[in-house]
Design a protein around this ligand. Structure first.
Ligand code: SF4
Ligand code: SF4
Length: 179
């Protein structure tokens, strides 16, 4: 089992270096990515530290931390990097790998991703009431946030019924590959 995890983390690092971000060694630890990240204060490892961990092959430490699971994919880190290192892409890649290996540290976030993607796979668009009801059902907190949902519905900010787009079969196929 330990060997399998080691093989996986070696592969993840290799794929980052070869395909995801070959420029990773251009990072000179200036910290501009971390200074701009809205969540760096609550990350166990900050964006510049994530880069250092990938460089030194400590992928497992990243997967065990909360950073990749809380990352918003807002891309501020990548856009601030003077060396054009795509930190957000690296975060996203490791998060996806952790998900595929069922190593999601924060289960509620995993549940959110899966439910959200299932809805997108079926309709081609997000559908907030369906997402809220599914998450409440799965978490056993049936009436969680219902008061907020009613307020939003009254203001007609969300639809009661889902919309289905043309060509959603292609989206379904793509999502199925990752679930
Ligand atoms: S901004 Fe770029 S160069 Fe600076 S620490 Fe972050 S990744 Fe490294
Ligand atoms: S993409 Fe993630 S790591 Fe980068 S600035 Fe946004 S929240 Fe921080």
């Amino acid at each position: 089992m330990v060997t399998k995890i080691n093989n996986d983390t070696d592969r993840i690092r290799r794929e980052i270096l070869e395909y995801i971000e070959p420029k990773i060694y251009n990072c000179y630890q200036c910290g501009k990515c971390t200074a701009g990240c809205p969540l760096s204060d609550i990350f166990e490892y900050k964006p510049n530290q994530i880069i250092r961990l990938v460089q030194s092959g400590k992928i497992d430490s990243i997967i065990k931390s909360n950073s990749i699971f809380l990352c918003l994919s807002c891309e501020i880190c990548s856009s601030r990097c003077p060396q054009d290192v795509h930190i957000a892409t690296i975060m996203n890649f490791i998060r996806n790998e952790a998900w595929r290996a069922d190593r999601f540290k924060i289960k509620s976030i995993s549940r959110f991703y899966k439910t959200f993607l299932r809805i997108i796979g079926r309709t081609g668009r997000s559908f907030e009431p369906g997402l809220l009801m599914s998450l409440n059902f799965l978490s056993g907190r049936l009436f969680n946030d219902m008061d907020l949902a009613l307020d939003i519905l009254k203001k007609r900010k969300i639809r009661l019924l889902p919309e289905f787009i043309k060509g959603r079969k292609d989206i379904t196929k793509t999502i199925k590959k990752y679930m």
